[in-house]
Ligand binder design. Structure first.
Ligand SMILES: Cc1cc2nc3c(=O)[nH]c(=O)nc-3n(C[C@H](O)[C@H](O)[C@H](O)COP(=O)(O)OP(=O)(O)OC[C@H]3O[C@@H](n4cnc5c(N)ncnc54)[C@H](O)[C@@H]3O)c2cc1C
Length: 426
């Protein structure tokens, strides 16, 4: 049977955090999974896994405990996706997700019950739940305000050591920056090419030599996140040996190499689990047939094929991912035509001020689901008993301001797969 003749247990529509998580969890439970989707938020992410950090958004209040923050946000927004999940399940989902990444050499670190403050590429500090191991020493340097050198490179856009120092100089006087040439390269630099270059030990040695003079009096050295693509821990360890200092990465502005690292990790790790990936292909039409199975037309107009599945998980994101579309008359969900909860008037979508601290009402829009993550119609009834939705497409959260993007994506995907598996066993 070729991949178009197979009837899959689950079709995952989306290849962002939610789509990747749903695909992983389903494959690990032995389901036959197909996945479609193009570039998603995961490709642009800093690589930090946010669980819940800011509430209320209007005050910009950061929480040390993501679990307390979840309680607080649910009390104010009872429709928030976390309200339907339970903390134990959220915790298990996050652990399973990071265990998979670790098994693929992309190790994550963090405190069990605490968010960790970390530098952003803009030089500000945010709190997040899980951090790639290659960035972890940066949290220690920040905590201790230790003597630290930030290195950046002539020709690299989206990362400025000097900006980070300027943002931090009051609280962190022993932070300094230096700009050097990247080993063997002149002119404009691209993070992916730099990451490949630094997979070579000789290039790492050249880099270490070029900063040795500047790093004499520091304990830590921070680099933009270009320290290798497939095994960055190896590059970080080598640079630590060569410089005799603690080394850490800071993501560059999007697109940073941290996103492609995550995608490459899934590409490597999902195929051996039997996942059939229809990469960069979109679902153009979805139909539920008389036998209750779904038929999906996937591809591009003029070159599309049908794929059938017993269940579907819609993980198509919001506007950025194209899971929601803003039309003149309102916001629509284009694949299944699921009703979208949104402000009544278009004029209410945004506050007049773009940087309004409350955020914009349009960023709380999305589809309604029940506790089993099944989308609901306008009357509040389950649309199809074998259709589920995960991730940013769910209503009642503003992941960007609440800092809960990866957490919602991963935990809702986990719950959807859990329900499908339970039903499969019936
Ligand atoms: C620049 C940027 C940086 C971010 N950084 C972080 C971070 O550091 N930490 C964090 O926790 N979160 C971060 N996020 C947020 C996080 O990426 C989002 O919360 C998350 O993307 C939501 O995931 P999702 O999978 O629901 O949607 P998306 O990531 O938007 O993915 C949607 C997917 O659905 C696919 N799709 C849409 N329509 C169809 C269709 N018809 N057929 C097939 N596929 C379809 C898209 O191609 C895409 O693959 C960041 C997001 C952005 C944009």
């Amino acid at each position: 049977m070729n991949r178009y003749d197979t009837i899959y247990d689950v079709m995952v529509i989306g290849a962002g955090f939610a789509g990747m998580a749903a695909t992983l969890f389903a494959a690990e439970r032995g389901l036959k999974v197909a996945q479609t989707g193009a570039t998603g938020g995961i490709d642009f992410s800093t690589g930090f896994l946010d669980l819940m950090a800011v509430h209320p958004v209007a005050e910009g209040r950061y929480w040390d405990s993501p679990w307390d923050a979840i309680d607080a946000v649910i009390a104010e927004h009872p429709g928030h996706p976390y309200a339907r999940l339970g903390k134990d399940r959220i915790r298990t989902a996050m652990n399973d997700f990071t265990s998979f990444l670790q098994s693929q050499k992309l190790e994550y670190m963090g405190h069990e019950d605490r968010n960790t403050p970390i530098l952003t590429p803009a030089g500000t500090v945010k709190r997040t739940y899980r951090i790639p191991r290659t960035a972890w020493k940066g949290t220690e340097a920040l905590r201790d305000k230790a003597p630290t050198l930030i290195v950046d490179f002539n020709g690299l856009k989206g990362f400025s050591g000097r900006q980070i120092v300027e943002m931090q100089h009051k609280e962190w006087p022993r932070l300094k920056a230096v700009r050097v040439d990247f080993p063997g390269s002149f002119g404009e630099l691209y993070p992916e090419h730099m990451a490949w270059t630094l997979s070579s030990p000789d290039r790492c040695k050249e880099l270490a030599d070029s900063i040795a003079e500047h790093a004499k009096d520091v304990e830590y050295i921070g680099f933009p996140a270009v320290l290798g693509l497939n095994d960055p821990v190896r590059t970080v360890t080598l640079l630590e040996e060569l410089t005799g200092k603690h080394v850490f990465e800071i993501p560059t502005l999007p697109p940073s190499i941290t996103g492609p690292r995550l995608r490459a990790t899934f590409d490597r790790g999902l195929a051996p689990k039997g996942v059939c990936t229809f990469s960069q292909k979109m679902v153009l039409e979805a139909r539920r047939d008389e036998d209750g199975l779904f038929s999906f037309l996937i591809g591009v107009p003029g070159d599309a094929r049908t794929v059938r599945a017993k269940n579907a998980i819609l993980a198509s994101g919001r506007f950025f991912g194209k899971g929601l579309r803003a039309e003149r008359t309102g916001v629509v969900e284009p694949v299944f035509g699921i009703p979208v909860t949104q402000p009544e008037q278009r004029a209410d979508w945004h506050h007049p001020h773009f940087f309004d601290k409350q955020g914009h009402a349009i960023n709380m829009s999305g589809i309604e689901v029940n506790d089993s993550q099944q989308p609901l119609d306008a009357a509040g009834k389950v649309l199809h008993d074998n259709l589920y939705a995960a991730g940013a497409i769910q209503a009642h959260h503003d992941w960007m301001r609440m800092k809960c993007g990866a957490g919602i994506a991963i935990a809702t995907a986990y719950r959807a797969v859990e329900v499908i598996t339970e039903k499969n066993g019936e």
